[in-house]
Write a protein that binds this ligand. Structure first.
Ligand code: URA
Length: 452
């Protein structure tokens, strides 16, 4: 019998393991071997496996799922598809943190100096915002002069000199993820738990930390809408990290309303500085202390969550965490006057407009995703990766779930430099708020802690 055409093509392309057979095996629901997974990932990264075959494979994975072992093998193949960062020149246990993305999520700005002030080195590689969620790099770049384009040597030297540094993730880290994500985005295969876990963990493992803490968001403004899915993802990611020989822990946290009150780059920097000063919103402080406690225990700086919590409260109260933020800003070229006079250093918007409540009662819901989109419309975020952003734009929430509101009282203040965006942003804000007659339960912020 003659060889089928597809097999002849595969041989011509020099692929030992045939993509067709691997797709078929997964489509039939069988478990793939490490070699089969490596062959798919390496072949796709090098361009030998075309998009149409990878798309079919992704869809087979979407419907058939992957075992924990397959997901670990997928992650390792993706993590080793490009450069990996060697942090061994940094002394001590390096702990990283990853958030699955939310609205008003400025925890990294608080957590990095907080944990560094407690004596744990933090070498953080971060990303930019896309769609309704913000990114740490954009927030830091709203501080005039702040540089995130450090070389690897500058990055390591900064951590050794000051205990902390933040830089942008380079394209050479886990290139398989970048290519795969672009394909998942157009083939309706993003929301697969093993594919998300592989994507997130491959980038984190390539960044070289010894321990990783995940903040998996659940709810309306999050990738994972249900708490059960968020928990499954968190458990899987902790398992992958531990399987790779590092330490891992996770928190599942609520994203049914934005975190804190500020959404938008400069506005979030101001709120983070307030929090580092010991003030700031209660929910932001609580989440930072919970994540920070896990980071300290994984790093061996504390025996228990209680001990870690008291170390962290101390560095907040003494101003040590705020001083660490000042070190970060000055070492990376930013205007350090931002600490004492953020309002005069950070860009501010020319147009401010309040959005009033149309009824009296209690705030019972705030759709975080719609608030994130409204903030993007005002100029704070990107619709596509190439869009530019306005650091001054965003939203300050004046009411959160459980607050009492009178008809005509402002719900939020919109900040923008573009008058023409105000009307559609206000419509989105109106649609995101719900008001009830009775006082609602306030959503619990930290849902689950996985100590690892
Ligand atoms: N974030 C990622 O980095 N990857 C995913 O697949 C989803 C969210």
């Amino acid at each position: 019998m003659t060889e089928p055409t597809h097999a002849r093509w595969e041989k011509k392309r020099g692929i030992d393991m045939r993509a067709y057979d691997i797709i078929l095996k997964k489509r039939r629901g069988h478990e793939l071997s490490p070699d089969e997974i490596n062959s798919m990932i390496n072949g796709f990264t090098s361009g030998d496996i075309p998009d149409y075959q990878m798309s079919a494979w992704l869809m087979a994975v979407f419907f058939r799922g992957m075992s924990v072992e397959e997901t670990c093998n997928l992650t390792m193949a993706m993590a080793h598809s490009g450069e990996t960062v060697d942090l061994s020149r940094i002394h001590g246990v390096k702990v990283d943190k990853h958030s699955t993305g939310g609205v008003g999520d400025k925890t990294t700005l608080v957590l990095v100096p907080l944990v560094a002030a407690a004596g744990v080195p933090v070498a953080k590689m971060s990303g930019r915002g896309l769609g309704h969620t913000g990114g740490t790099l954009d927030k830091l770049e709203s501080i005039p002069g702040f540089r995130v384009d450090l070389s690897k040597d500058e990055f390591i030297e900064a951590v050794n000199a000051t205990g902390l540094a933040v830089m942008g993730q380079t394209a050479s880290l886990a290139p398989a993820d970048k290519k795969l994500y672009a394909l998942r985005d157009v083939t309706a295969t993003v929301d697969s738990i093993p594919l998300i876990a592989g994507s997130v963990c491959s980038k984190k493992l390539a960044c070289g930390a010894d321990a990783i803490v995940f903040d998996v968001k659940c709810g309306k403004g999050a990738f994972m809408k249900s708490e059960d899915d968020a928990l499954r993802l968190a458990e899987l990611m902790v398992g992958i990290v531990k399987g790779s020989g590092r330490k891992g822990a996770a928190i599942v946290s609520d994203m049914n309303q934005p975190l804190g009150y500020a959404v938008g780059n400069s506005l979030e920097v101001i709120e983070a500085i307030d929090t580092l000063r010991g003030a700031g919103p209660e929910d932001l402080r609580e989440l930072c202390l919970s994540l920070g406690s896990l980071m300290l225990t994984l790093a061996g700086k504390a025996e228990s969550a209680e001990e870690a919590g008291s170390i962290l409260a101390d560095v907040l109260d003494t101003g040590a965490a705020l001083n660490k933020f000042a070190d970060l800003v000055s070492h990376q070229g930013g205007d350090v006057r931002v600490i004492e006079a953020p309002d005069s250093v950070l860009p501010s918007a020319r147009c401010l407009e309040a959005v009033p409540s149309v009824q009296s009662g209690y705030i019972s819901e705030i759709d975080a995703e719609k608030i994130g989109i409204a903030s993007m419309v005002l100029g704070a975020g990107r619709k596509t990766q190439d869009d530019s952003i306005d650091p001054a734009a965003g939203i300050i929430l004046l009411k959160k779930i459980g607050d009492k509101v009178e008809e005509g009282e402002p719900l939020v203040m919109l900040h923008t430099n573009r008058w023409d965006t105000l009307e559609s942003a206000a419509d989105l804000v109106m649609a995101s708020y719900e008001v009830s007659r009775d006082k609602p339960d306030i959503p619990q912020l930290v849902r689950t802690v996985i100590h690892g």
